[in-house]
Design a protein around this ligand. Structure first.
Ligand code: FAD
Length: 515
């Protein structure tokens, strides 16, 4: 919910209170409005005022998803505007030992490894096109009724690594010695409801399925604890019920991959996730598509009909600790933004004031001026879209790589001894001018799928509490799940559940494109 008074916000009704009944209905209204509206997608894009939407307060207020400026620069790359560099190119005169394109977790981690392995004696420039680093691991903050709420944008949770493992040591080295975090405690007189620590669908007793008009239910009906009740009362076909119960029961005889590249992982990688689910659980394609696709596709955007079956197991091969207990999945209030901030603080110590603790690094404001300082061995340059990357001469013998980027409508050029492309295939395939054919062919197999995540501040979640649910799924209209979650405790968001207003996450995935 915004706290601004702009005309756009008023027109959009952003200042109106959301009633309980409106909470789910509004998602249907939103999709209905999109269907009835007369503007084409191109016209909608052109009506850019308010396109980026409200970003809340704090470090991420101007960086909510891909903003208009980010999108515009990306489309200029796609449309060939930088196929030749402009005559008024500004040479910054800078030469770096390493330039990293992309300031998400991968790019920041690459810069940190470079920094450490070079003993801090070599220079590195990280370029990112957003107003703040983090990439998919960013957050937004909102003040609703005087309460400071924090929610993730994309990347949300992390599993607890085994002690002394590579990842545990890395976490420790950036200021996270204890990956098990402390969360809000239930307060007040009402009976405690078990709440998860992440926004991902939970399957416990306090979970609900909603069936609406698509299932002939007007008004819709709720099925609370659907798995405990063996789906009794769900208005779906006997076949779908049977399939879903088989899927939920799992298959104890299934042999998971043990390491990347083993026979099982290769076999999984040769089929789609959809075919794998059908084969593993003996269920129909219709059931997968109607009920499982939105969740099984998860943050990958693409659905299981296009994803490799291996996608479902790849993360397990990092061998996290068993997360079947309640303390398994961990989440900072702003999701994996916490990692982006911890890495940045380690790389550029004065980028965030205070000690290198989770509380200080997540709670204090980023000092953006400190990010790109001449005397720092690592510099992070924001609002800068790399548009051209090419060796200076034949790739095998070139001493330097030229990197050009746009910032504020001008194109700048720097030189690098090495370049790490960590921005994602959707721009890399267009901007690396001497990409080897094998890499170009590999990129041709990547698809990009836009993904919309919405954080909805719910003033009063007691209607959910009264129904006995803390999270739910629905199978029609926009979005597909929401969850009330406990937030990690940190100084800014010490909220008591007695007066709770939580942020719930809705998600919906859209059609993939090759751009
Ligand atoms: C919706 C969603 C939910 C997810 N949930 C989880 C989760 O709960 N837990 C988990 O571990 N993982 C999750 N992931 C996956 C995780 O977010 C990613 O694996 C990780 O954040 C990727 O980091 P990255 O640095 O490789 O890429 P990104 O985060 O995409 O960072 C790349 C950065 O480079 C920028 N960039 C691109 N092109 C250019 C250019 N030409 N010039 C300058 N900058 C450029 C991008 O805009 C971006 O800022 C989720 C992903 C999504 C999409």
């Amino acid at each position: 919910m915004p706290d601004s008074n702009s005309q756009t916000d008023k027109t959009l009704g952003m200042l109106e209170h959301i009633s309980r009944r409106d909470f789910l209905n509004s998602t249907l209204l939103a999709s209905g409005g999109m269907l009835l509206g007369s503007l084409s997608p191109v016209q909608l894009l052109q009506a850019q005022e308010g396109w980026t939407g409200y970003g809340g307060i704090g470090d991420y207020s101007s960086s909510n998803g891909n903003t208009w400026d980010v999108l515009l620069a990306g489309h200029q790359i796609r449309d060939g505007m930088f196929d030749t560099l402009p005559a008024n190119l500004v040479d910054t005169g800078e030469t770096y030992d390493c330039v990293v394109v992309g300031g998400g977790i991968s790019g920041l981690a690459a810069a940190l490894f470079f920094h450490r392995q070079s003993g801090g004696n070599k220079t590195c420039l990280v370029l990112d096109n957003h107003p703040i680093f983090g990439g998919e691991a960013k957050r937004n903050e909102f003040v609703v009724d005087g309460q400071h709420l924090t929610a993730h944008q994309g990347s949300a949770f992390f599993p607890v690594p085994f002690p002394h493992s590579f990842i545990a040591r890395f976490y420790e080295s950036i200021g996270l010695p204890s990956p098990r975090l402390e969360y809000q405690k239930w307060a007040g007189s009402s009976t405690e409801m078990t709440l998860p620590t992440t926004p991902y669908p939970d399957t416990g007793k306090t979970y609900g399925f909603y069936f609406g008009a698509k299932f002939g239910q007007r008004p819709g009906i709720w099925l609370v604890d659907p798995w405990g009740k063996q789906l009794a009362g769900a208005p779906i076909s006997a076949q779908a019920k049977d399939d879903l119960l088989k899927w939920h029961a799992g298959d104890p005889n299934f042999r998971r991959p043990q390491y990347e590249g083993d026979e099982i992982s290769r076999q999984l990688d040769s089929i789609t996730l959809e075919d794998h689910m059908m084969e593993r659980y003996g269920i129909s394609r219709d059931t997968v598509r109607a009920y499982l696709s939105p969740v099984e596709g998860g943050g990958s955007g693409l659905g299981p009909d296009a994803l490799s079956a291996y996608a479902d197991y790849a993360a397990d091969l990092l061998h996290p600790m068993d997360d079947s207990d309640a303390t398994g999945a961990q989440m900072f209030p702003g999701g994996n933004t916490g990692f982006a901030r911890l890495i940045t603080k380690t790389l550029v110590p004065n980028s965030i004031p205070g000690p290198t603790t989770v509380e200080a690094v997540c709670g204090n404001r980023v000092n953006s001026l400190a990010l790109d300082q001449k005397d720092s061995s690592t510099r992070i340059r924001l609002n800068s879209t790399a548009v051209w990357v090419q060796h200076e001469g034949p790739p095998n013998s070139a001493q330097f790589v030229i990197v050009a980027y746009t910032q504020g409508g001008r194109v700048y050029r720097v030189k690098a001894r090495t370049v790490v492309m960590a921005g994602g295939s959707w721009t890399t395939r267009h901007i690396v001018r001497d990409l080897p054919e094998s890499h170009a062919a590999a990129y041709d197999q990547f698809y990009r799928s836009p993904c919309l995540m919405a954080n909805v501040a719910c003033r009063n979640w007691r209607f959910l509490y009264k129904m006995g649910i803390s999270g739910c799924r629905w199978f029609e209209g926009i979005g597909n799940y929401l969850e009330v979650r406990k937030s990690q405790l940190w100084v800014l968001t010490r909220v008591r559940f007695r007066r709770i207003r939580r942020l719930c996450s809705l998600s919906k995935f859209f059609t993939p494109t090759r751009d």
